[in-house]
Design a protein around this ligand. Sequence first.
Ligand code: DC
Length: 253
Amino acid sequence: MQRKNSPIDTARANLSFDTKRSIMKKIVIAIDGHSSCGKSTMAKQLAREVGYIYVDSGAMYRAVTLFALRAGLFEPDGTIRHAELRARMPEVKVSFRLDEASGLPRTMLNGEDVEEAIRTIEVSNCVSPIATLDFVREAMTSLQQEMGKSKGIVMDGRDIGTAVFPNAELKIFVTASAEVRARRRYDELQAKGMPATFEEILHNVQERDYIDSHREINPLRQAPDALVLDNSTLTIEEQNEWLHYQFKQAVGE
Ligand code: DC
């Protein structure tokens, strides 16, 4: 079935490409990796530099989680009411709208801007089990594939290079040691004045790694043809430089 407007159409239509970029070969860039290793920072930066659309696939799983929370589809003990969520999936419309000021897409749930609402601790704590559900993954995967049809897209997540775009022209698998990732999150929270111990954060990072890598459907895996970036000892500038170089190689510049 041919859909009239893909969810990313609006963002794509609003994006201005300069002449050089519009004639450049357009590719799909898949950036996967562990949580809290800076995937989205590098993906956004690259998308901005090369005039591509950036899609945060984790935001889509977060939007479904927000829907389920609002609809009361979690039992008090945290179990999901699977059958009800499955039946209500057709009501869940996730899309993106380009924010003119930042040039980045904002996550929309049924026409409502939920970009902030999906980043709460409550959603973060409930999203992993939602992301293990087969019917949720199927719905999000087909939406993501639709978004990548016209290429010129950078998508980050856990299964982008393996399940969503197995033919992506550039696949990056980002990692860093759990201690380094926990330290970065700890410093961020400290700077925001949010209380948390380093041990707590390290435990959370390790737990999320475990869930992401051990779920049955499309777990976090390095695609055989992915380039591995361990950014434990890299600065953001060094990382961006490396990524930009890989992009140029991939588009044959
Ligand atoms: O990247 P993030 O923390 O916003 O991702 C939120 C959750 O969604 C996390 O539990 C991993 C999951 N996720 C996934 O299963 N597949 C993706 N492509 C992206 C995220």
